[in-house]
Design a protein around this ligand. Structure first.
Ligand SMILES: [Zn+2]
Length: 116
């Protein structure tokens, strides 16, 4: 039983690293796309492009937020507290970790927090 848990946690760690790589790769490819969009003198087009950029900025913020969470989760992997809810100390369910490998709280605690 203990071994099974250990193997599973290794799998989550590789999930985290994979996701981290994905985010870093997409962050690197974006600055060029951004500057390409600004080069337009057409005002209407510029307005449209500005909206597109806002979306990009929001996505970038979300991405850096996720990156931070992933780094914290990797630190918990190293510290041996990965998969444990930070609020109640229970094990976070494997299904939840599969969906959000960087989850800090169990579903119950997460729901309580989002309600407040
Ligand atoms: Zn909890």
């Amino acid at each position: 039983m203990r071994t099974v848990v250990k193997v599973a946690k290794k799998a989550y760690k590789s999930l985290l690293l994979k996701k981290r790589d994905e985010i870093l790769a997409s962050t690197r490819s974006e600055p060029e796309a951004l500057s390409a969009k600004v080069q337009s003198s057409d005002e209407v087009e510029f307005a449209v492009r500005t909206v597109e950029q806002d979306v990009t900025v929001v996505t970038a913020n979300l991405r850096s937020q996720t990156l931070k969470e992933i780094d914290k989760a990797l630190a918990r992997c190293a510290g041996g507290t990965y998969g444990v809810c930070e609020a109640c100390g229970d094990e976070i369910s494997p299904n939840r970790l599969k969906a959000i490998p960087w989850a800090r709280y169990c579903l119950t605690c997460q729901e309580l927090r989002s309600r407040n």
